[in-house]
Design a protein around this ligand. Structure first.
Ligand SMILES: [Zn+2]
Length: 158
């Protein structure tokens, strides 16, 4: 199975982790519900791996589930990356962290009216999320994300 085809479903304690999995390029749905049944049903339907902080839910036999141990998002991400052998850099920043949809590269011209002029003049490549319509580029924010990811990665293979 292609690693990138791994899909996740996260419980209501794990919103930040969902965002970070998307940043790595993985399909990560965050479902805010208090009902375990809803989580299990969706995970079954969409063949998602369930990530939860709930010990009882983690013991279900219905869907593949990982109990997330730490409260800290860095540790959480590290646990998931190690457990499933996730690729940390190959698909980095290919998915909208907000909407969970793959980003599409767009013509530079199509970014013009949506980004600050300085950004437009400084970057050649732009991406867009077709859901929230946000434009992305490889600016400071993305560079900081890349730095953080490579710091976490160092802890796996120094
Ligand atoms: Zn979006």
């Amino acid at each position: 199975m292609e690693q990138v085809e791994l899909k996740f479903l996260l419980d209501n304690m794990l919103g930040k982790l969902a965002k970070w999995l998307r940043i790595l390029g993985y399909d990560a749905v965050f479902l805010e519900t208090n009902y375990d049944d809803e989580l299990i049903e969706l995970a079954m339907e969409e063949k998602r791996i369930l990530l939860t902080r709930d010990q009882k839910l983690a013991k279900n036999f219905m869907v593949p589930t990982l109990l997330i141990k730490s409260e800290k998002v860095d540790e959480q991400l590290l646990q998931v990356v190690k457990r499933y052998g996730l690729e940390m850099e190959e698909h980095l920043l290919t998915r909208c962290p907000k909407c969970n949809l793959p980003l599409k590269q767009i013509d530079k011209e199509d970014a013009r009216e949506f980004v600050p002029e300085m950004v437009y003049n400084s970057y050649e490549e732009f991406w867009m999320c077709s859901s929230c319509q946000r434009r992305y580029w490889s600016g400071t924010h993305w560079q900081n994300i890349k730095k953080k990811v490579s710091m976490i990665k160092e802890r796996i293979d120094p």
